[in-house]
Write a protein that binds this ligand. Structure first.
Ligand code: NAP
Length: 293
């Protein structure tokens, strides 16, 4: 990644292999996950990555060089590469391929923990915005697994068909109201969706794939004070290492038992990382775009 001037061009370059420090694991990367947050960093919109010239990629699956074990790891960067170094790794169940592991990974963990934060229980109605995206697809499947009545909202008619194929309803009436709204999209529509909570409802903002809302987006909530609505935020950055590790084990276990599906949109070679970003930016992707070194 060299310059933000041109919207952040991605370039394939040769760099020295990373060297693991004490306690770190060197991983031969078999699959690197591509997420919307990578797109934001590439554009220079993520304060965590202010300097052009970094190697993107926040999650990988592959083989731990020292043990030969297949592992998954969340990273601070450097995942779009043949080799990566991780502080923590989680062993992959044999049922999961590296591509499935990164299709689950960050997204499934985020979905699992945010549903826990929202206190979703069986029988509640849950609206998931951006349901064909990485986080949305996981949240919709997991809320269904918890016994909620899920509505998976998408902008795309073609993606609605595919969500239906996964057993998810996409029927979202104008006047429908929900116990919980899961929102990785935010954007100009956030305020309107806040008005769709049932009494006692919880709204969880977990991303901004559609951009940031107007500063007064929550103004309408005060007028509905008597319904006790909750506006929650969830970020993985606030989660400690032990909770991340046990959450990852839980979601990998659910997937290994067939209760959750890691959906890969496309598996592309590293050299096509720009195309991978384009699939996310254009809204063409359904599920997780994966890079293969
Ligand atoms: N809270 C956390 O810890 C955490 C963890 C991971 C990611 N995130 C954040 O969650 C958000 C989604 O990440 P992701 O990797 O799931 O992204 P993604 O795969 O690109 O999915 C985003 C989805 O949002 C929908 N969308 C609606 N309006 C959009 C617009 N104007 N532009 C782009 N997408 C729009 C699309 O779904 P439809 O086509 O179905 O409408 C799209 O598939 C990002 O902001 C990311 O930074 C947060």
């Amino acid at each position: 990644m060299h310059s933000f001037d041109d919207g952040g061009a991605l370039r394939l370059v040769d760099l020295p292999d990373p060297v693991p420090g004490p306690g770190q694991t060197l991983i031969e990367v078999e699959a690197a996950g591509v997420g919307h947050v990578d797109v934001m960093s590439r554009r220079g919109q993520d304060p965590g990555f202010p300097v052009p010239g970094f190697v993107p990629g926040l999650e990988v699956a592959g083989v731990a060089e020292a043990t030969g074990e297949r592992v998954y790891a969340m990273l601070g960067g450097g995942g779009y590469a043949e080799w990566a170094v991780a502080d923590e790794v989680v062993a992959l169940p044999p049922e999961l391929s590296p591509a499935q592991a990164v299709a689950l990974g960050v997204n499934a963990l985020t979905a699992w923990l945010l549903l826990e934060r929202a206190g979703v229980t069986a029988g509640e109605s849950v609206l998931v915005r951006g349901a064909s995206g990485g986080v949305g697809l996981m949240a919709a499947q997991m809320a269904a697994h918890l016994g909620a009545e899920v509505t998976a909202a998408t902008r795309s008619a073609a993606h609605a068909g595919r969500l239906g194929g996964l057993g998810l309803s996409t029927r979202d009436g104008e006047d429908a109201a929900y116990d919980v709204v899961v929102d990785p999209v935010a954007g100009a529509d956030l305020g309107r969706h806040l008005g769709r909570l049932r009494p006692g409802g919880r709204y969880v903002v977990c991303g901004a794939a559609g951009g940031f809302p107007a500063p007064d987006f929550a103004a309408g909530l005060l007028g509905r004070f008597q319904h006790s609505p909750s506006l929650l935020m969830f970020s993985l950055s606030s989660v400690g290492a032990e909770r991340r590790r046990s959450g990852l084990k839980t979601v990998f276990d659910l997937a290994a038992r067939g209760a959750l599906r890691g959906v890969t949109d496309e598996v592309l070679p590293l050299a096509q990382a720009s195309l991978a970003h384009e699939r996310l930016e254009s809204g063409a992707a359904f599920g997780k775009v994966v890079l293969r070194p």
